[in-house]
Ligand binder design. Structure first.
Ligand SMILES: [Zn+2]
Length: 408
């Protein structure tokens, strides 16, 4: 038997009396639940992009409402006996859904009428809702134009009517959309603005939609996804935007209107500082390398300079320093940065050893990742505490090689 849908003609019915026709056990998620069919209901099932209502049937909580052909199935958390039952709708949730859903009718109509962008799908989300528009990318002017036009109709507080008729009758009334259903169809009219076939729940007058805010527009395959919010959601978004702007303005020490220019200035300053610091680090590395080369800590053979910088050193510095050292003929530089675990092995090409192989051998003893070529190899130890030991290990390996070579 078809369930009579009270919300078709009275979308503001919050309480209703009905009869339980069937109540069958089922599973909801992993919990035991019951599927209840009533002779009539004011609870809206998930459909047309709008999530289902929540509410109560007697003491049972309604967890989900499903459209099953002509019947509506209520999933509840306890068993109900056949016979009369009092039902109620979670009104905060439903009214919010009606605001977003009716707002969607209006916004889609504005995109279609004024800018020739038809809506191909609708999604009512937990925070924001969205429509997908077909056609060329909507410019900022189009997005703002549709938002402004929708809000003007909201402020005019126009009536929203439910109309019934056959496909032909609705077409005569101005419904553009083709529907593949026969018989008597239901359509929603926003007076003077829109007429759409729809089986959903809507507010009575446009002012009940509340302010409509258009948010981001992003590419979604061949279409354009436009996010929006209505009613209390707009209020929350605007409040949150204001808080964020106020916090950003306080941090930047400027007025909210100047945030964009202040942020641009700070980014430009940061980029300049970055370039200056790199240039200073380069000069410092040249000086420190010159000084290190004057007193190389070597025995006989190849001068090997070993240096582990502490954590306060700029992360780019060990690289500059080792590159400078390896410019000097016959020198090998084994450099590291404590804490982060960075290690860099480099040599002047005249030395003729293999830095990459040396790094790999070091990683066998002190695990890490990295690589390079014969003259320059860099990597990172898994445990930054072993930088000193890894450098000493590499130095010992090099000295051993040199001594073996000399004996040969
Ligand atoms: Zn609708």
């Amino acid at each position: 038997m078809a369930t009579h849908r009270i919300y078709y003609d009275d979308s503001f019915a919050r309480d209703f009396e009905a009869n339980v026709l069937t109540c069958e056990p089922c599973v909801h998620g992993t919990l035991p639940a019951w599927e209840v069919v009533l002779d009539e209901t004011a609870l809206y099932p998930t459909s047309g992009g709008q999530p289902c209502d929540h509410g109560k049937l007697a003491d049972a909580n309604v967890l989900e409402v499903r459209d099953d052909g002509d019947e509506i199935v209520h999933i509840v958390d306890r068993e109900l006996q056949p016979g009369p039952v009092h039902g109620c709708v979670d009104w905060v949730r439903r009214f919010d859904h009606m605001q977003q859903h009716t707002g969607q009718h209006l916004l889609s109509a504005m995109f279609q009428e004024r800018f020739g962008r038809p809506t191909v799908s609708f999604h009512l989300g937990a925070e924001l809702s969205s429509i997908d528009l077909r056609g060329a990318e909507p410019t900022a002017e189009i997005l703002e134009g549709a938002e402004r036009a929708a809000n003007r109709i909201i402020f005019e507080d126009r009536p929203i009517n439910v109309r019934y008729g056959t496909q032909e009758q609705l077409a005569q009334m101005g419904v553009r959309k083709e529907v593949d259903r026969t018989g008597i169809l239901r359509a929603i009219e926003i007076e003077g603005a829109d007429l759409q076939p729809c089986g959903g729940t809507h507010v009575h007058r446009t002012a009940q939609i509340g302010t409509l805010l258009v948010r981001r527009c992003t590419k979604m395959r061949q279409d354009w996804r436009v996010e929006f919010a209505c009613g209390a959601r707009s209020e929350r978004l605007a409040r949150n935007d204001f808080r964020l702007l106020a916090r950003a303005a306080a941090t930047l020490g400027c007025a909210a209107d100047d945030i964009a220019s202040a942020a641009a200035r700070i980014v430009a300053e940061r980029d300049t500082n970055f370039r200056e610091i790199r240039s200073l680090l380069q000069r410092l590395a040249e000086l420190e390398a010159t000084s290190a080369l004057q007193s190389p800590s070597t025995g006989s053979g190849t001068p090997i300079i070993v240096r582990a910088f502490d954590e306060t050193t700029h992360a780019d510095y060990p690289g500059f320093f080792s590159t400078q050292l390896a410019k000097a003929e016959g020198v090998v530089a084994l450099v590291g940065l404590k804490g982060g675990g960075q290690v860099i092995f480099s040599q002047h090409p005249s030395v003729g050893k293999d830095m990459n192989a040396l790094l790999k051998r070091t990683f066998e003893q002190f695990p890490g990742k990295g690589g390079g070529n014969r003259d320059f190899a860099r990597g990172r130890l898994t445990d930054g505490a072993y930088v000193d030991k890894a450098l000493q290990f590499a130095r010992a390996g090099l000295q051993e090689q040199s001594q073996t070579a000399m004996r040969q």
